[in-house]
Structures are given as structure tokens and as C-alpha cells.
Design a protein around this ligand. Structure first.
Ligand code: NDP
Length: 498
């Protein structure tokens, strides 16, 4: 525990420092002088204030990012130097892992052990993995024929160029990791960034930006504007000086981003909501599938876009799996993220508490049975008991809509052939889970699921090398892996008569 306590005290010192916007390598106050409050969701108390950045600040940040893109130490840096810098950023994140985990825990509410084991190393690894791509971005050469110039000869090739200044808008469920997912490919491809963290969780991103400066990131490459979505976020989405917007958050706001970006047809990638099916067949190893199904929904308090929130269980094992998952839910220790032994923290905000308990109440009104949970746990902080519902179906809000809390809806099914239709009956298509010992059954089902990720006999496995993103209304484009490099580059075709 010594390292965790150390992390908490360093984090406390970080909280005492004034928080500013990062523009062109300088830490500055918002032009209009307002700040916004940052809450500890376990206590519902204000723990810090950050700048409430607005349109004017976004303007300055875009100017700085443009300058860094076109004429700076960054634009003159070789790919190899960029890769080394990104490796160093990863190293510095590892060195500050305890502190970053503690900041994340305080700000978001998640258990510090989870942040230390997952969020922080995944973020560090993402920078180092993407740093490897910096030297591996290349086009192709082509043998072209051009039938209307039969005697001519050409040298034709493509080059990949950075897409330009990128606006990145991220959510509060994995603040540090979502920043890494977005910044990694931007830096690998030589782009520059204006980043807006969520109003609820700006702290770890501000500390990350300091560490990136410490690693030697040139001025203006990363600009951080804390503030509200309707002001700072909307200014980023619509800004004519921004070439691409990368957004993670709700499908509702994703559609607003698309409309805002339509003004100048800037590039857009979106990682949005989900209502992911998790399917347990009767032949599955239930000793793995039951805790797996519980983890699929309760990890990060259900505040995961890919949470396995619709749990389909084959009827022969329905009662056993339902009871098993409910048992797991009841055994989860709720508490403050920094307290020893906490397995699940609070929801991130009073707004999310109201939203999630509102869904649970709607289920009760519609006659859905609460197997366990179904209530707020403590008057202080934003805690909701891990909840298992039974008997919901199409037309019920808890079945149709993304809840984004620790609430799973269990549904029985009879035959494997019944699964694709029910699993796909959603506007979303982010992820899906399959639990079976029959490898053929799994392989037959995988191509029928409209989902960007399918996990088999596991869930919530992420890696910097593995693309992540959604079908249908779960988004546009992919994060991570080689695929994301294409989302941050333009292809230029060159044709030279020789
Ligand atoms: P939002 O989609 O509102 O927030 C995500 C990000 O978008 C935040 O940085 C937010 O800023 C910003 N934003 C909000 N409005 C605008 C706008 N008009 N223009 C540009 N940026 C904007 O999600 P919420 O926090 O409101 O959560 C609501 C629901 O969204 C959740 O219950 C969940 O269902 C879903 N969600 C999905 C996530 C995912 O990973 N796919 C992550 C988070 C939420 P700010 O927070 O500062 O207002």
C-alpha cells in the first residue's frame, strides 16, 4: 500500500496548485476569468477549480496549434525523433503512475488500484505503441497505365500527411486513457491538438500535459482547454481552423458534433454509446462466464461505452447464471476510490446519479423485476448498488437505452439461432460477448453480430494494437491499432511525368 499512499499525497499537492489552460506552451487563465468546480464524487464535495475556457481561448489554442503544425520544432522533427519523444512520454507516465492513479481516483471516483492496474499502464503503453508507428507511416508506388496517353511514362506514388490541427473532445469515464487514445495517433502522425477534457474530470489530463511538456513536447503541439461542452466543446467542433474533430461521448452529442463540423466539412471520428449484448450459452464454463458477465457490466461502475448491459442467458442455465451474477453484484465492496479494499466507487456526478436511478425507477414503473440492487446506496456521494434486472424487453427503457451505470438486464433465450436477431435489436453496435465451449458455435455467431468488437470467453480486453470502435450509431472510425493512423492522415497521390 505504500505506493498508493505516496500517490495520494503527491496528488494532494497537485490539487493545491492553480489550474490553468495550456496554450502555446504557456499555462494561462481563461480570457473571461471564470472557473468551474471539480467534485470528489465519493463525497459530493468541491476539491478543485479549473479554468472555464471558452471560444476566445479556443481561438488562441487553434492559432498556436496551427503555428506548431506548420513552422516549429515539431514540424521539423523527424519521425524517429517523434517516436522517441512518445516513448519518453510513456516512460514518464509509468514513473508517475501512483500519482496519476490517485488523481484519477479522486476526480472520477474509480478505485485507485484499478486506475493503477489498468488506466495508467494502458495510457503509457498507448503512447509507446503509437510512437512505434511514427516511423512506419508510408504510401505506395503504383504502375499506372493511363490509356489516353499511350506513349507517356509516369512515376506515381502516394504519401501520407498529417491531417492537420485536430480538435479532441473526451469524456469522463476514463479521462487519462481517453486522452492517450486520442493524443497517441495525433502525435505519431505529426498532427497538433486542441484537447477539451470533460468538465467533470479535467485533472489527470492537466497533469498529463505537464508531464508531456517535461518530456520535451514542443510548444503548441498540445493545447488543453478545460471548460463546458456547450461552450468550449462546441467552439472546437465548429472551428474553421480545425481540420478534424475526434470525439468520444454520447451519441446525442456525437450527432451535434457532426452538424457543427458540417459547416466546413472537417473530418470527424466518433466513439459513441453502446448497449452491448453479452451471450451466455448453456455449454459455457459457468465458473468463468458468471464472473465474466458481472465484470462485463460492473467494471468502472458500468460507465463503459462497451458495458455488457444486455445479458442473454440460454434458458437451461438462466436461473443459475442470474443468481450467480446477482451474487457477484452483492459481494462488490462499494467505497471511496482511495480507500483500501474498494472494488466499486461512485458514479461520476450528481447528474449521472440522477440519470441512472431514473432508469432504475422507470424499470420499476414498467414492472421489471429487480433481482438485486436498484437503489442509491448512501446519501453522500453518488453511489448506486450494482443492479440486476429480470424480465425487460423491447419497449422498456432499461432494455433499449444506454444506462451507463452498474445496471444489467438479463434476458433468457432458447436456441443459438435466436441470438443474432435479439443481440442486434439496438441502434448501437459497439461490442458483444459470447460465452461457450463450442468453438464452432462462437465462429458461426461472430459474423452475425453487428459490433465493432466481439469478445469470446472474456470481456473488456483492450490493447493499443487492437482497433476499437462501433457499427451503427456507436460511431465512425476506429481508435487504436494501425487503423487509427489512417484516421489522422490524408493521402496525397503524386503523379510525375518522366
Ligand atoms: P457528453 O456526450 O455530453 O460528453 C462528452 C464530451 O462532450 C464532454 O467533454 C462534454 O463536455 C462534451 N460536449 C458536451 N456537449 C457538447 C457540445 N455541444 N459540443 C461539443 N462537445 C460537447 O456525455 P455526458 O457527460 O453528458 O454523459 C451522458 C451520457 O453520454 C452518458 O450517460 C453515457 O450514456 C454517454 N457517454 C458515453 C461515453 C462513451 O465512452 N462513449 C462517455 C461518456 C458519456 P462537458 O462534459 O464539459 O460538458
Amino acid at each position: 500500500m505504500a505506493t498508493t499512499i505516496e500517490g495520494a499525497s503527491v496528488a494532494a499537492r497537485f490539487l493545491e496548485q492553480p489550474k490553468r489552460l495550456l496554450i502555446d506552451g504557456e499555462w494561462v487563465e481563461a480570457r473571461h476569468g471564470r472557473t468551474l468546480e471539480v467534485f470528489d464524487p465519493a463525497l459530493g464535495e468541491v476539491i478543485d477549480h479549473v479554468q472555464d475556457g471558452d471560444r476566445d481561448d479556443v481561438d488562441l489554442a487553434v492559432t498556436a496549434a496551427r503555428k506548431a503544425l506548420e513552422d516549429s520544432a515539431w514540424s521539423r522533427m523527424t519521425a524517429s525523433e517523434r517516436g522517441r519523444l512518445m516513448w519518453k512520454i510513456g516512460e514518464i507516465i509509468y514513473e508517475h503512475a501512483d500519482e496519476l492513479a490517485a488523481i484519477e481516483s479522486l476526480d472520477n471516483g474509480k478505485p485507485v488500484g484499478v486506475a493503477r492496474a489498468a488506466d495508467v499502464p494502458l495510457a503509457a503503453d498507448l503512447f509507446q505503441y503509437m510512437g512505434g508507428w511514427a516511423t512506419k507511416i508510408f504510401g505506395h508506388t503504383f504502375q499506372i497505365s493511363v490509356p489516353y496517353t499511350p506513349d507517356a511514362q509516369y512515376h506515381a506514388y502516394t504519401v501520407k500527411e498529417p491531417i492537420g490541427v485536430v480538435g479532441q473532445i473526451i469524456p469522463w469515464n476514463f479521462p487519462l486513457l481517453m486522452a492517450a487514445w486520442k493524443l497517441g495517433p495525433a502525435l505519431a502522425t505529426g498532427c497538433t491538438v486542441v484537447l477539451k477534457p470533460a468538465e467533470q474530470t479535467p485533472l489527470s489530463v492537466l497533469r498529463l500535459a505537464e508531464l508531456m511538456q517535461e518530456a520535451g513536447l514542443p510548444d503548441g503541439v498540445l493545447n488543453v482547454i478545460t471548460g463546458f461542452g456547450e461552450t468550449a466543446g462546441a467552439a472546437v467542433a465548429a472551428h474553421p481552423g480545425i481540420d478534424k474533430v475526434a470525439f468520444t461521448g454520447s451519441t446525442e452529442v456525437g450527432k451535434m458534433i457532426v452538424k457543427a463540423a458540417a459547416g466546413d466539412l472537417k473530418r470527424v471520428t466518433l466513439e459513441l454509446g453502446g448497449k452491448s449484448p453479452n451471450v451466455v450459452f448453456a455449454d459455457a464454463d459457468l465458473e468463468t462466464a458468471i464472473p465474466g458477465a458481472a465484470n462485463a457490466i460492473f467494471f468502472n461502475h458500468g460507465q463503459c461505452c462497451c458495458a455488457g448491459s444486455r445479458l442473454y442467458i440460454q434458458h437451461k442455465v438462466y436461473d443459475d447464471v442470474l443468481a450467480g451474477v446477482a451474487g457477484k453484484a452483492e459481494s462488490i465492496k462499494l467505497g471511496r476510490g482511495l480507500d483500501e479494499g474498494t472494488e466499486m466507487g461512485p458514479l461520476v456526478s450528481a447528474e449521472q446519479l440522477e440519470r441512472v436511478t431514473g432508469f432504475i425507477e422507470s424499470g420499476k414503473v414498467e414492472g421489471i423485476r429487480t433481482v438485486t440492487g436498484g437503489r442509491q446506496v448512501s446519501p453522500n456521494g453518488y453511489f448506486v448498488a450494482p443492479t440486476v434486472l429480470d424480465g425487460a424487453g423491447p419497449g422498456n427503457k432499461v432494455y433499449d437505452e444506454e444506462i451507463f451505470g452498474p445496471v444489467v438486464t438479463a434476458i433468457p433465450f432458447k436456441e443459438p439461432e435466436d441470438v443474432p436477431a435479439v443481440a442486434n435489436e439496438t441502434i448501437y453496435g459497439l461490442a458483444a460477448g459470447i460465452w461457450t465451449n463450442d468453438i464452432s458455435k462462437a465462429h458461426r455467431l461472430i459474423p452475425q453480430l453487428k459490433a465493432g468488437t466481439v469478445w469470446v470467453n472474456t470481456y473488456n480486453v483492450f490493447d493499443a494494437a487492437l482497433p476499437f470502435g462501433g457499427y451503427k450509431q456507436s460511431g465512425w472510425g476506429r481508435e487504436m491499432g494501425e487503423e487509427v493512423i489512417h484516421e489522422y492522415t490524408e493521402t496525397k497521390s503524386v503523379c510525375i511525368a518522366i
